[in-house]
Design a binder for this molecule. Sequence first.
Ligand SMILES: [Zn+2]
Ligand SMILES: [Zn+2]
Length: 170
Amino acid sequence: MKGQESFKLSSSERVEMSELLSSLWTPQLQMALMVCVVILVILYVLSIVWTIRDAYRRGDLWPLWGVVSLVPFLGAFAYCLMRKPMLKIDQDEQELEIALKQRELMKYGECAHCGYPVESDFIVCPSCQSRLKNMCPTCHKALDPSWQICPYCATPMGQAQARRRQVVRQ
Ligand SMILES: [Zn+2]
Ligand SMILES: [Zn+2]
Protein backbone atom coordinates (compact mmCIF):
# COMPACT_ATOMS: atom_id res chain seq x y z
CA MET A 1 0.00 0.00 0.00
CA LYS A 2 2.85 2.30 0.83
CA GLY A 3 4.33 1.83 -2.61
CA GLN A 4 1.04 2.87 -4.27
CA GLU A 5 0.89 6.02 -2.21
CA SER A 6 4.37 7.00 -3.28
CA PHE A 7 3.26 6.97 -6.93
CA LYS A 8 0.30 9.28 -6.24
CA LEU A 9 0.99 12.92 -6.70
CA SER A 10 -0.19 15.40 -4.11
CA SER A 11 -2.55 18.12 -5.29
CA SER A 12 0.21 20.73 -5.10
CA GLU A 13 2.47 18.55 -7.23
CA ARG A 14 -0.32 18.08 -9.78
CA VAL A 15 -0.73 21.82 -10.09
CA GLU A 16 3.00 22.18 -10.58
CA MET A 17 2.91 19.51 -13.32
CA SER A 18 0.04 21.18 -15.17
CA GLU A 19 1.81 24.53 -14.87
CA LEU A 20 4.96 22.97 -16.23
CA LEU A 21 3.02 21.40 -19.14
CA SER A 22 1.22 24.62 -19.97
CA SER A 23 4.49 26.52 -19.88
CA LEU A 24 5.98 23.97 -22.30
CA TRP A 25 2.86 23.86 -24.46
CA THR A 26 3.56 27.15 -26.13
CA PRO A 27 1.93 28.33 -29.37
CA GLN A 28 5.32 27.86 -31.03
CA LEU A 29 5.39 24.19 -30.01
CA GLN A 30 1.80 23.73 -31.18
CA MET A 31 2.76 25.29 -34.47
CA ALA A 32 5.83 23.08 -34.86
CA LEU A 33 3.81 19.96 -34.08
CA MET A 34 1.16 21.03 -36.55
CA VAL A 35 3.79 21.49 -39.27
CA CYS A 36 5.22 18.05 -38.51
CA VAL A 37 1.78 16.45 -38.79
CA VAL A 38 1.06 18.24 -42.07
CA ILE A 39 4.43 17.17 -43.51
CA LEU A 40 3.82 13.58 -42.45
CA VAL A 41 0.36 13.61 -44.06
CA ILE A 42 1.80 15.06 -47.29
CA LEU A 43 4.58 12.45 -47.32
CA TYR A 44 2.02 9.71 -46.71
CA VAL A 45 -0.15 10.85 -49.61
CA LEU A 46 2.89 11.25 -51.86
CA SER A 47 4.12 7.76 -50.96
CA ILE A 48 0.78 6.32 -52.11
CA VAL A 49 0.81 8.33 -55.34
CA TRP A 50 4.43 7.40 -56.03
CA THR A 51 3.83 3.69 -55.37
CA ILE A 52 0.84 3.52 -57.69
CA ARG A 53 2.60 5.49 -60.43
CA ASP A 54 5.82 3.50 -60.17
CA ALA A 55 3.98 0.17 -60.18
CA TYR A 56 1.98 1.30 -63.21
CA ARG A 57 5.10 2.38 -65.10
CA ARG A 58 6.84 -0.89 -64.33
CA GLY A 59 3.87 -2.85 -65.63
CA ASP A 60 3.28 -4.20 -62.13
CA LEU A 61 -0.06 -4.88 -60.42
CA TRP A 62 -0.62 -1.27 -59.44
CA PRO A 63 -4.12 -1.63 -57.86
CA LEU A 64 -2.68 -4.24 -55.48
CA TRP A 65 0.31 -2.06 -54.61
CA GLY A 66 -2.03 0.92 -54.19
CA VAL A 67 -3.87 -0.99 -51.45
CA VAL A 68 -0.57 -2.10 -49.86
CA SER A 69 0.71 1.49 -49.86
CA LEU A 70 -2.31 2.57 -47.75
CA VAL A 71 -0.36 1.18 -44.77
CA PRO A 72 1.44 4.38 -43.76
CA PHE A 73 5.03 4.33 -45.05
CA LEU A 74 5.49 0.58 -44.43
CA GLY A 75 3.42 -0.17 -47.52
CA ALA A 76 5.57 2.05 -49.75
CA PHE A 77 8.70 0.63 -48.11
CA ALA A 78 7.55 -2.93 -48.80
CA TYR A 79 6.90 -1.96 -52.40
CA CYS A 80 10.44 -0.55 -52.70
CA LEU A 81 11.82 -3.91 -51.59
CA MET A 82 9.65 -6.05 -53.85
CA ARG A 83 9.06 -3.94 -56.92
CA LYS A 84 10.07 -5.09 -60.37
CA PRO A 85 13.73 -4.28 -61.00
CA MET A 86 13.32 -2.23 -64.17
CA LEU A 87 10.87 0.13 -65.80
CA LYS A 88 8.92 -1.48 -68.62
CA ILE A 89 9.92 1.28 -71.04
CA ASP A 90 13.59 0.89 -70.10
CA GLN A 91 13.33 -2.85 -70.62
CA ASP A 92 11.93 -2.40 -74.13
CA GLU A 93 14.57 0.19 -74.87
CA GLN A 94 17.37 -2.08 -73.72
CA GLU A 95 16.11 -4.96 -75.85
CA LEU A 96 15.99 -2.63 -78.83
CA GLU A 97 19.51 -1.44 -78.12
CA ILE A 98 20.82 -5.01 -77.99
CA ALA A 99 19.10 -5.80 -81.29
CA LEU A 100 20.62 -2.70 -82.86
CA LYS A 101 24.08 -3.61 -81.60
CA GLN A 102 23.73 -7.10 -83.04
CA ARG A 103 22.75 -5.62 -86.38
CA GLU A 104 25.73 -3.32 -86.22
CA LEU A 105 28.02 -6.25 -85.49
CA MET A 106 26.58 -8.06 -88.48
CA LYS A 107 27.17 -5.04 -90.64
CA TYR A 108 30.74 -4.61 -89.54
CA GLY A 109 33.30 -7.34 -89.57
CA GLU A 110 37.01 -7.84 -89.33
CA CYS A 111 39.56 -8.39 -92.02
CA ALA A 112 40.58 -12.06 -91.95
CA HIS A 113 44.18 -11.11 -92.59
CA CYS A 114 44.93 -8.20 -90.27
CA GLY A 115 41.82 -7.89 -88.07
CA TYR A 116 41.10 -4.35 -89.20
CA PRO A 117 37.39 -3.44 -88.78
CA VAL A 118 35.70 -3.49 -92.17
CA GLU A 119 32.15 -2.89 -93.35
CA SER A 120 30.10 -5.50 -95.13
CA ASP A 121 30.32 -3.75 -98.50
CA PHE A 122 34.10 -3.30 -98.44
CA ILE A 123 35.83 -5.14 -101.28
CA VAL A 124 39.39 -4.57 -100.16
CA CYS A 125 40.74 -4.18 -96.65
CA PRO A 126 41.75 -0.52 -96.25
CA SER A 127 44.62 -1.53 -93.99
CA CYS A 128 46.39 -4.48 -95.61
CA GLN A 129 44.77 -4.24 -99.07
CA SER A 130 43.82 -7.92 -99.09
CA ARG A 131 40.70 -8.80 -101.10
CA LEU A 132 37.65 -9.27 -98.89
CA LYS A 133 34.87 -9.73 -101.42
CA ASN A 134 34.13 -10.06 -105.08
CA MET A 135 32.74 -7.10 -106.94
CA CYS A 136 29.80 -7.41 -109.28
CA PRO A 137 31.04 -6.48 -112.79
CA THR A 138 27.69 -4.86 -113.61
CA CYS A 139 26.59 -2.89 -110.52
CA HIS A 140 29.95 -2.87 -108.70
CA LYS A 141 28.47 -3.98 -105.38
CA ALA A 142 30.38 -6.11 -102.93
CA LEU A 143 29.39 -9.75 -103.15
CA ASP A 144 30.06 -12.69 -100.93
CA PRO A 145 32.48 -15.07 -102.66
CA SER A 146 30.01 -17.95 -102.26
CA TRP A 147 27.17 -16.22 -104.15
CA GLN A 148 26.40 -17.65 -107.59
CA ILE A 149 24.48 -14.59 -108.73
CA CYS A 150 24.49 -10.90 -107.86
CA PRO A 151 21.44 -10.27 -105.61
CA TYR A 152 21.38 -6.59 -106.60
CA CYS A 153 21.27 -6.82 -110.41
CA ALA A 154 20.87 -10.58 -111.09
CA THR A 155 24.14 -10.86 -113.01
CA PRO A 156 25.35 -14.47 -112.86
CA MET A 157 28.85 -14.74 -111.49
CA GLY A 158 31.42 -15.29 -114.19
CA GLN A 159 32.94 -18.66 -115.04
CA ALA A 160 36.37 -17.31 -114.24
CA GLN A 161 35.35 -16.56 -110.68
CA ALA A 162 33.70 -19.95 -110.32
CA ARG A 163 36.83 -21.66 -111.60
CA ARG A 164 38.98 -19.63 -109.27
CA ARG A 165 36.83 -20.70 -106.35
CA GLN A 166 37.24 -24.32 -107.35
CA VAL A 167 41.02 -23.88 -107.45
CA VAL A 168 40.93 -22.35 -103.99
CA ARG A 169 38.83 -25.26 -102.67
CA GLN A 170 41.19 -27.87 -104.11
ZN1 LIG B 1 43.41 -6.37 -93.65
ZN1 LIG C 1 25.37 -6.65 -109.56
